[in-house]
Design a protein around this ligand. Structure first.
Ligand SMILES: [Zn+2]
Length: 233
């Protein structure tokens, strides 16, 4: 199995060292991020395991432009009536109109990035059908609120589904070794920290990260505890 059920309507897709999420509504499927380029067949296989197919995909929401999140967006965008959604500030990068700004690496991150990014194919350009900004509402999961989380990239977003007390954090936050942590490879760490605190203020039970294991209970408290240590930086 290449997917893991987290909630009756939520699946985590395991795409090699990377991951993405499927949200299943009665009227179609939303994909949150896509994994790296070449993940299309694995995503399709996961849909098939759930008795679904390409034609069930309604939208793909990209939390930001990084290659491990948007790499397969062009593949799935070609499947049919699929709306590609991303923040207005990352849309030009996703379309290939300009290069994405590199992270402001810390010393430790530089090594890590060299290891992680080695062999990661660049994301092919993809169309963006809908550009969103902070507080926009997306029509899935009973209403998914876009939470702008600038600082990881300028156009990074999280998605908050209040009805399900669920948060997709993107890469501002992550999980590592059982801990909720501040993400890595931010373009602007101070802004990203501010965005992290914003996520920590949300009242959620479940958190799905761009990297690491999801938190399936008490996620708000876990984020707040992590934000507390962040403030000491
Ligand atoms: Zn990222």
């Amino acid at each position: 199995m290449s997917s893991e059920r987290l909630h009756p309507r939520l699946y985590r897709l395991l795409l090699g060292a990377f991951q993405a999420y499927l949200w299943l509504d009665d009227d179609g499927v939303t994909l949150v991020d896509t994994g790296p380029a070449g993940s299309g067949p694995a995503i399709e296989a996961s849909l098939r395991d759930l008795g679904l197919g390409r034609a069930d995909l309604r939208r793909v929401v990209l939390t930001h432009f990084h290659d491990d999140h948007a790499g397969a967006a062009a593949e799935v965008a070609a499947w049919g009536d699929v709306e590609v959604v991303a923040h207005a500030a990352d849309a030009p990068v996703l379309r290939g109109e300009r290069p994405g700004p590199p992270p402001a690496f810390t010393e430790a991150e530089r090594d890590l990035h060299a290891r992680v990014a080695a062999g990661l194919p660049p994301a092919p350009p993809v169309r963006v059908d809908r550009e969103v900004t902070d507080r926009d509402l997306l029509d899935f999961g009973g209403g998914a609120e876009v939470v702008g989380t600038p600082g990881h990239t300028d156009g990074s977003v999280a998605l908050h589904l209040p009805r399900h007390r669920l948060l997709f954090t993107g890469d501002v936050a992550a999980e590592y070794g059982g801990e909720v942590i501040f993400g890595v490879f931010h373009v602007d760490r101070a802004r990203a920290a501010e965005s992290f605190r914003r996520l920590a203020a949300l009242d959620v039970d479940l958190a799905c990260f761009g990297h690491g294991e999801p938190v399936l209970g008490g996620a708000g408290d876990r984020l707040r505890a992590a934000a507390g240590t962040l403030a000491e930086d």
